[in-house]
Design a protein around this ligand. Structure first.
Ligand code: CA
Length: 252
């Protein structure tokens, strides 16, 4: 993460907006702000900030619509600022492409930690360098993945998961590490979520836990992405530590 980030704050509450701008500026960030959605969207497009802090309740254009419009053209990291933790609108925002959220009132240390995590994930240690593993190609810059030259139709999370595993190709990574880096949940407890996404990813890669190609589950340890090797035919015994491939799709 750049130590100094350009942060765009989109918030209509003047007290919260000015407090955020002041605190972020004090911490050395370059900060711009907007009090309404359309102005905020315009600034996000014109100024290319490193990260956007987005209040969901805006007077002219609601945060979800803004997010969808922004996502249609940019992958700028967005942290949603919300009043309630269990707000269904947070889930909606995450589904619409928000990278994370904070609940009011929040401390600046927490906000900065989340900004760092989001910037680390989106700019990534491996940067925008394209990766090739066997016949699998992944381009972080365009967020496109192909297998044998055919584009894979991946959700945002599936792409992030594949990219993370590809950046650690050949290594066994634990589901906890995956949760921490791909889902930003460092405290575990969501391994089932990883299993379900792995299962979807396998289906899109045309493989299964019992007949792995690129994705290998190592029982009790984690997952390893590696190019299929031709001398390993047939079902491997490192299978079946994750969700059955027929797992119901819990997405709405
Ligand atoms: Ca508001």
């Amino acid at each position: 993460m750049p130590t100094v980030a350009h942060v765009l704050v989109i918030e209509d509450d003047p007290a919260i907006r000015s407090a955020l701008v002041r605190s972020l500026t004090d911490r050395g960030h370059a900060v711009s702000s907007a009090r309404a959605g359309l102005d905020g969207l315009q600034q996000a497009l014109d100024d290319s900030p490193d990260v956007v802090l987005l209040d969901l309740g805006l007077p002219d254009l609601d945060g979800h619509s803004l997010l969808s419009m922004l996502r249609a053209v940019r992958q700028t990291p967005v942290i949603v600022v919300t009043a309630r933790d269990d707000d269904p609108s947070v889930v909606k925002a995450l589904d619409a492409g928000a990278d994370d959220y904070v609940v009011k009132p929040f401390g600046m240390d927490q906000l900065e930690a989340r900004m760092r995590a989001v910037l680390r994930r989106t700019s990534g240690d491996g940067g925008s360098q394209a990766l090739e593993i066997g016949e699998l190609a992944i381009d972080p810059a365009s967020r496109e993945a192909t297998l044998r030259g055919e584009a894979l139709d991946l959700s945002r999370r599936e792409f992030d998961l594949l990219l993370y595993l590809a950046r650690h190709a050949g290594e066994v990574v634990s589901k906890r590490e995956v949760l921490a880096d791909v889902w930003n949940q460092p405290y575990g407890g969501g391994e089932r979520t990883v299993d379900v996404h792995l299962s979807w990813l396998r289906r899109k890669l045309g493989e299964s836990a019992a007949h792995p190609g690129y994705l290998h589950s190592i029982r009790g340890v984690g997952i390893r992405l590696a190019a299929p090797s031709e001398d390993l035919e047939g079902p491997a015994d490192d299978s079946a530590d994750d969700a059955p491939d027929g797992a119901p799709d819990p997405r709405p």
